[in-house]
Design a protein around this ligand. Sequence first.
Ligand code: ADP
Ligand code: MG
Ligand code: MG
Length: 883
Amino acid sequence: TKWVYTFGDGKAEGTADMKALLGGKGANLAEMSNLGLPVPPGFTITTEVCTWYTAHAKAYPDELAPQVDAALDHVAKLTGKRFGADHDPLLVSVRSGARASMPGMMDTVLNLGLNDRTVIALAAAADDERFAYDSYRRFIQMYSDVVMGLDHHAFEEILERFKEDNGYVLDTDLTAADWKGLIGDYKKLVEDELGRPFPQDPREQLWGAIGAVFGSWMNARAITYRRLHDIPESWGTAVNVQAMVFGNRGETSATGVAFTRNPSTGDKRLYGEFLVNAQGEDVVAGIRTPQDLTEEARIEAGSDKPSLEQLMPEAYASFIDICARLENHYRDMQDVEFTIERGKLWMLQTRSGKRTTKAALKVACDMVEEGLITPDEAVLRIDPAGLDQLLHPTIDPKAERRIVAQGLPASPGAASGEIVFTSDEAEAAKQAGRKVILVRIETSPEDIHGMHAAEGILTTRGGMTSHAAVVARGMGKPCVSGAGQVRVDEHAGTLTASGEVLKRGDRITIDGGTGQVLLGEVPMLKPELSGDFAKLMVWADAARRMKVRTNAETPADARAAREFGAEGIGLCRTEHMFFDEGRIVAVREMILADTEAGRRTALAKLLPMQRADFVALFEIMHGLPVTIRLLDPPLHEFLPKTEEEIAEVSAAMGVPASRLRERTEALHEFNPMLGHRGVRLAISYPEIYEMQARAIFEAAVEAAAKTGAPVVPEIMIPLVGIKGEFDYAKARVDAVAKAVEKEKRIQIAYSVGTMIELPRAALIADKIAESAEFFSFGTNDLTQTTYGLSRDDAAQFLGAYLKTGILEQDPFVTLDQAGVGSLIEIAAERGRKTRAGLKLGICGEHGGDPASVKFCETVGLDYVSCSPFRVPIARLSAAQAAL
Ligand code: ADP
Ligand code: MG
Ligand code: MG
């Protein structure tokens, strides 16, 4: 087996596509060599050796050592230096490099091969003692730290003390003699601490470093990182051994890092820093202030330290040239590391650079313009989830964060305001022109007005699909949910977190992107949608097959969604319309009435209001499809809870409060989510759906007349598990349609379909499709019913499932493809067998989750529907899924 791949001098045994075998760093070093760029020669020990090493109790395959020797000989030939030689010795760096860059892996060791003998040879060859001993002290510190586990602080302390005693400020102030003396102290420290001397044999050093890299693949930090980022253990890491080039050889040498474009704005301007007479990570370590690369950047920063452009114009010119070549070759913005040794430039690393969403959009659009990539490639390069950053205010990264609690990042964006504990307070404060954060243990449908009034919502209980989270996302408001360490005492009007006691009216900030709760008002950055965003979305729309609709019931949401590009409403939850002021009493009247006549009286009051709701939505949607779900939630959500509320209803109905109290108790359910809700309400009280259907049809006629655009409502029956349930409800809807047609002397086009949100419905989808004209997968409930997991309560224990790895993802956030996904596939297939061309959509929270959208494409759904602020994410995800 070939375990070792060499590179250098304009060729390499590997290429950029061999990342699996050579790791990212090794593959790109090979690629740069092949391109003829100046890369110090070296070799890569493959990731397969790592796997072998792990599987064989830290042993190596027999062929490895001879292959490493041969590769070292090859490097010796290219450099004219020999490893461990007493004359002009070859020094190497040992660098780890997994397929994906991974913190937790072993740090790089530089200057390996130095010992008490070779350091003298190095000094002689370079004719520079100071440089040689500076390299040696760096090596002893790095090797002891990284390979032998002796913390680098101990060395730094010795150095600091020495500088203090001698009145030195910078490391560069130390002379050769100073370093020599310190090296003695360093070696003594190693021996004292570890009970053995610092290894002098270069070969022992080399194999020590190689073993440390492979060993670090299985250290705790790396294992945790892999688990969090879904990186399989089987990937392994590679080891790169590379001839050293020296940025610490005096004033004509330097080391630096750069992005070929600005990674926060995307501007096509080189962005980076360097240090003269320095090595390795001195630049990022912050020992000295690094200098700007370009004159332009230096002038902008008002720095009086010369730029690389001024200081080393030749090396700078070839660096600029190489950056351009790399961008053209990789067709992406690069993040590069380089070193200049006595005026000569060397490239040490390149990879595609991490960037903000804003920069990603700009770079992608610019590169299409430059002819470097196609629009489809541009679409594939943007992380859909990152679009959230653009659509909401975010906390200024420069701002100080005084974090008092950590909850779930339930709805993105950040907001500040005074603490209030009830929705009524929130509303009153808003009317008085004050900004508030609504803080509650959890929210319920009755808090809608408070949530509307608040800038953001903080709850101490509930997960990513708790009421607060779902509604906040729908409204595009920041929300942190399930902040368990926060204690709320509504009566005392206090909130306690991390030992801080905050009162009603105190200011806090929540960051719905991270789940943080912060003290005080923290500075924010406003969202800005650039022209690049619009451009990219046009390309995305051209690439996708699935339609994207929105979940909306208020005119404000519907309008926002259209601005974000929604192509209709996939879910209008009519019950949300029932909580508005002026309606809830009528709704309660309806529920508490014990006769059909009583219910009809109350429903008659609701009809005009409900009709007006639909007219508004139809007008905004202007002919786009609108799916309306008839009443779904358990009735208890509407029941009066306080004596005051009971009195209100009692006055409206002319029924004694005691009777209402009895009726309320009679309606109590132990398990309301599996109780009297959805189509079951229509079986008991068909007049409810009849009223809603009438409101819809009358509104359709009215809106079509007003706008001139035809309205074809899609009426959706929730929680169907039995075909008879659906047929029963549909018959009522059809009858109402006939009646309205007759009254208005007009034909009404409409369709009636169902939510698939019970496993039974998915399994008998072929039967249901005999009468249902469309399906919409209600994946919130379908996940809940498939797992038998209450989404209102799951947050309390799902955390443990994720931590232990029993679950990899919260199934309420990312669709469980194995279980819930199978039911969707079954329902889609069986439904379409009965009714070819059956329209299929998804309207759960998953409709805005990129991975779930991808799944929807593979099942062949016609559309996804999500909350308004997720519409752009869904459009982009749908495009990526189709490409
Ligand atoms: P990381 O993955 O943490 O960036 P690297 O392996 O890239 O670690 O090494 C860090 C730095 O060490 C490089 O940016 C470079 O400055 C320096 N370095 C690595 N190898 C060499 C080398 N052969 N010659 C000179 N400097 C090197
Ligand atoms: Mg590092
Ligand atoms: Mg690096």
